[in-house]
Design a protein around this ligand. Sequence first.
Ligand SMILES: NC(=O)c1ccc[n+]([C@@H]2O[C@H](COP(=O)([O-])OP(=O)(O)OC[C@H]3O[C@@H](n4cnc5c(N)ncnc54)[C@H](OP(=O)(O)O)[C@@H]3O)[C@@H](O)[C@H]2O)c1
Length: 300
Amino acid sequence: MRKVAIIGASGLLGRAVSRELERADGWQLVRTAHRRTGAGVVSLDIRDHEAVRNFLRAESPDAVVVAAAERRPDVCENDPALARALNVEALATIAEARAWVLSISTDYVFDGTSPPYFPDDAPAPLNAYGHSKLDGERALLSADPAACVLRLPLLYGPFVDWAESAVTSLTPAIVQSAETGSAPASMDAWATRYPTYTPDVAVVIRGMLDHHARGHTISGITQWSGDEPMTKFDIAERIARVLKVDAKLTAQRTPTDATPRPRDCHLDSGRLEALGIGRRTPFDVAIASLLANYPAMPTQ
Ligand SMILES: NC(=O)c1ccc[n+]([C@@H]2O[C@H](COP(=O)([O-])OP(=O)(O)OC[C@H]3O[C@@H](n4cnc5c(N)ncnc54)[C@H](OP(=O)(O)O)[C@@H]3O)[C@@H](O)[C@H]2O)c1
């Protein structure tokens, strides 16, 4: 039995990874959270470097999966010190662990002008979030070249709040637009996204951990992505179809966000695919299961 620590196990991705590893053979799980702690979850603020060192020393895991981050682009833009503390400085300390570290990064390290992007392509982030995640990749890999970064695009999956994912956050406006007398909901039709289902990412991460356990540690930069390109407008139309509501949607064909965002960061997943790692649940299947009990949230 090997021990894996999931740092940030209470988040959208951390919960999916925890669920996958709870079911998997061969892995003993230690989960940490910051605000949303509960039974069996260690309280850990990754800005507290001594606490991080003490946790890693006490648990002595074989592997550490880092899903804790500040991932809201607008928050990173307005609070660069917080973004740096969570997305960069904490990784330099976690890199000291005598364990294989797998840290999650983002497609926003690219500027989105010439997809698809391969792991070795030159990054060029457009916003503070992308800059902090790129600096975090570099802090981790320069401190520990055996560590691994997994870049991911827009995530969605079992959620506890509609706003947890930029996919499910569209739902209230879609439903409201269908009500008599409501104004149409404006949806971005400029940026192409590749929504990626968190239970699929969890399977990818378990596959990477199993490789490590077999002595074939994966190091450096890896990427995983869903393979269905869609704009938020397309996503909204699919959600409306699942909910069988007559949504009134308008396509917004120019970006309106205050924070600059890339247009198309399609990530090539070939490195992991070549190792036989991966799973892709079709978007319509996944979103239908998440919204099956609407307006109730999916059971986690
Ligand atoms: N969501 C996406 O669409 C997306 C896309 C690409 C890449 N990513 C990357 O995927 C990873 C996971 O993202 P996510 O969507 O699961 O994020 P999330 O839902 O916002 O979860 C963030 C996690 O970080 C923890 N955390 C926050 N502040 C902390 C602190 N000071 N100390 C320790 N833990 C802290 C949170 O704990 P509490 O909730 O308990 O406070 C939570 O477990 C991140 O690296 C993100 O950059 C996300």
